[in-house]
Design a protein around this ligand. Structure first.
Ligand SMILES: *Cc1c(COP(=O)(O)O)cnc(C)c1O
Length: 387
């Protein structure tokens, strides 16, 4: 599937930059509001801020959303202009730290609104304000919004770049709760000084246009991770995780495979040992059926994974599918990350982010449009430092 030289004894996460570009365009086309921002927290969901941010900036992305100030610094290094919104609020540093990076804190409660108003000098301080319309995690509730409306002096010292709220039931596009959160959000913000509304994440930009708001915050969809399985999005997987087959061997019936007898062969099986394990971000334990693809054939995962190994059952695979040098695909186009995640009882992004942050990464640049900010091929992201 790739022309990259991947390590023969290690797993590899291959990032297809053209897929991220296609997803960006699909999101842009669907979103009715003024601007699509990219959520790049957790090193761009494991795909690499240093590589993903320049690509998105070249495609016209102006807003980047991160969790914390360290990530804001990583984005700023990759993209000298553009706005950076910091979702964890104001606690990451001094106001000067935020201003030096051109980072905009998304204030998480009333005490942060008051603190920033106090800190603001002659010029109003830039911020966004998180409103809690139903998730009960971050943001001001109705009582605090009323206070803000009654004390215009507070917001007078702030320059509000956006009001932000986040859906509790994003994965269920038909949930009534989504409609209620939108109604609260639009009603509350009508009492506040005007500023763009940031409502839609990945699920929202493909949802009803009358609820898109002005500024989207899109993560998963850009990387090809589906957030609304009941209403599939027009996106493609950007990351492919593969592992080398280290050994194929026959195991008689009644043998234990792996630690503590986690799996026992009921009949004679043929197993393949893959060079990937939980240390590379794959789940440790599988509750349901999971499989990998070898030359297009499904091979069920057996047992738990170990730190750098996992076993799959290749008994039913044709001989030619097991030729030396072939790699097993754990997720990628044609095998959504949802599959392995569901078998482990976790959200798809749990596997995507962990694998992206743990496995060595390689980049396939966009084939056309040279200079679109893509990396040159193969570039392991934690290669040893070379002088
Ligand atoms: C992570 C996050 C997003 C991105 O959500 P996706 O479903 O991945 O697009 C948007 N907004 C907030 C507040 C987030 O924490």
């Amino acid at each position: 599937m790739t022309t990259l030289a991947l390590p023969a004894d290690r797993c590899a996460l291959v990032v297809e930059m053209a897929a991220i570009r296609a997803n960006w365009r699909a999101v842009r086309q669907s979103f009715a509001g003024a601007g699509v921002g990219a959520v790049v927290k957790q090193d761009a969901y494991g795909l690499g801020i240093a590589e993903v941010v320049p690509l998105l900036a070249a495609l016209g992305c102006r807003d980047f959303w991160v969790a914390d100030l360290q990530e804001a610094a990583d984005v700023r290094r990759a993209e000298p202009s553009g706005r950076i919104f910091v979702l964890h609020g104001l606690v990451g540093g001094t106001l000067r730290d935020y201003q030096a990076l051109g980072a905009i804190p998304v204030l998480v409660d009333m005490s942060e609104v008051e603190a920033l108003a106090r800190l603001a000098g002659d010029a109003p301080a830039a911020c966004a304000i998180h409103l809690d319309t139903g998730l009960n995690r971050l943001g001001l509730g109705l009582a605090e919004v009323r206070r803000l409306a009654a004390e215009p002096g507070l917001l007078g010292r702030l320059q509000v770049a956006a009001y932000v709220t986040h859906l509790a039931h994003f994965s269920d596009p038909g949930a009534r709760a989504n409609l209620w959160q939108w109604r609260r959000f639009s009603a509350w913000t009508r009492h506040l000084p005007p500023a763009p509304l940031s409502f839609s994440a990945s699920s929202g930009v493909f949802g009803p246009k009358e609820r898109h708001g002005d500024l989207a915050r899109v993560g998963s969809a850009l990387y090809g991770v589906e957030t609304t399985p009941s209403r599939p999005q027009p996106i493609v997987a950007a990351a492919t995780l593969t592992a080398p087959i280290l050994r194929v061997h026959r195991v008689p019936a009644g043998r234990e495979v792996g630690y503590s007898g986690a799996y026992r062969t009921r009949s004679a099986r043929r197993l393949a040992q893959l060079g990937i394990g939980y240390g590379d971000g794959v789940p440790y334990r599988f509750h349901g059926d999971a499989h990998v693809l070898i030359d297009g054939h499904r091979a069920p995962v057996v047992s738990t994974s170990a730190m750098s190994l996992m076993s799959v059952d290749v008994t039913d695979l044709p001989e030619e599918a097991l030729r030396p040098g072939l790699r097993a695909v754990l997720f990628g186009p044609g095998l959504p990350v949802d599959q392995i995640a569901a078998a482990a009882g976790v959200a798809p992004n749990v596997v995507h982010v962990r694998a992206g942050r743990s496995a060595p990464r390689f980049y396939l640049p966009c084939p056309d449009e040279p200079g679109a900010g893509t990396a040159t091929a193969p570039r392991p992201h934690h290669a040893p430092q070379m002088a």
